[in-house]
Design a protein around this ligand. Sequence first.
Ligand SMILES: Nc1ncnc2c1ncn2[C@@H]1O[C@H](COP(=O)(O)OP(=O)(O)OP(=O)(O)O)[C@@H](O)[C@H]1O
Length: 241
Amino acid sequence: MTDGLILRDGDISLRDGDRAFRLRVDEFSLAAGKTVALTGASGSGKTLLLELLGLLRAPGGGTRYRWEGQGGVDLAGLWSRGARSADLARTRGRLFGFVPQTGGLMPFLTVSENIALPQRVNGRTDAARCDALIDRLGLRDVAAIRPGALSIGQRQRTAIARALSHRPAFVIADEPTAALDSDSADTVLDLLLDVAKSEGSGVILSSHDVERLARFDIPRLRLSVRTVGNAVTSSPEAVPC
Ligand SMILES: Nc1ncnc2c1ncn2[C@@H]1O[C@H](COP(=O)(O)OP(=O)(O)OP(=O)(O)O)[C@@H](O)[C@H]1O
C-alpha cells in the first residue's frame, strides 16, 4: 500500500480483577480514501480498536502500526515517549478527525466555533473551509447557536464538520448514527461518506446497524469474541459482502 494505515500484531490486554479482555488484531489495513465499518456485539472491542487506530490508546508490546503516506510514520513508535508526547498529539491531530457517538461538542462554543476548533488546535485556520462545511452539512441556520440548543441530528452533523475541518487523512466515527432515528441516520451517514469521499479522507466507523452498512455498501470487519473462563479474546474478521 502506498498510502494508508497498516496495523499488524495489534495486541491490547485489559484487566480488572479476575476479568480480562484481550483485543488481538493480526492485520488491519485501510487505504487512503477508503471506508470500513467495525461491527460486533456490545463489548466486543469496537471502541477499543477505534482508540488504538486513532492513537488514543497505547498499543501493546509487539504491535506494529504505520501510516504509509508522505514518507511514512511509525505510529506505534510514537508511544515510546509516553502518552503525553508532543509528537504523538501532533500526529493524532494531523491524521485523524473524530466523530464521537453523541457529538462530544464543546458546550460553551457555538457550532461554528466548534467546527473551527481542530483548525486552531492544529494551526490551520481556514474560515472559508468552515463556512463551506457549515453549508454542506446544512448548519447555516444554527451556526451561531451552542450545542445545548441543537437536535441530536444537528449535533452529529456539527461533529462531522468538526472532524473534517482540519483536513485529516482519516475520520474515526464511533457509532455516529446510534442516537438517531432511521431517516436522520441515513442523512448523517450519507453526508459523512460523501464529504469524506470528496476530500479523499478515509473513514473508520463502528456500528451495530448491519442492514444500513449493507445498504450503503460499506465493507465490514466483525469483531468476534472467544471466552475462556473470565478471559475474553476478540479479533476482527472480514465479513463477505
Ligand atoms: N479494565 C478492564 N478490564 C477488563 N475488561 C475491560 C476493561 N475495560 C474494558 N473492558 C472490556 O473491554 C471490552 C471492549 O469494550 P468496547 O467499549 O471496546 O466494546 P464495544 O464493542 O465498543 O461495545 P459497545 O458496542 O457496547 O459500545 C468490553 O467487553 C469491556 O467490558
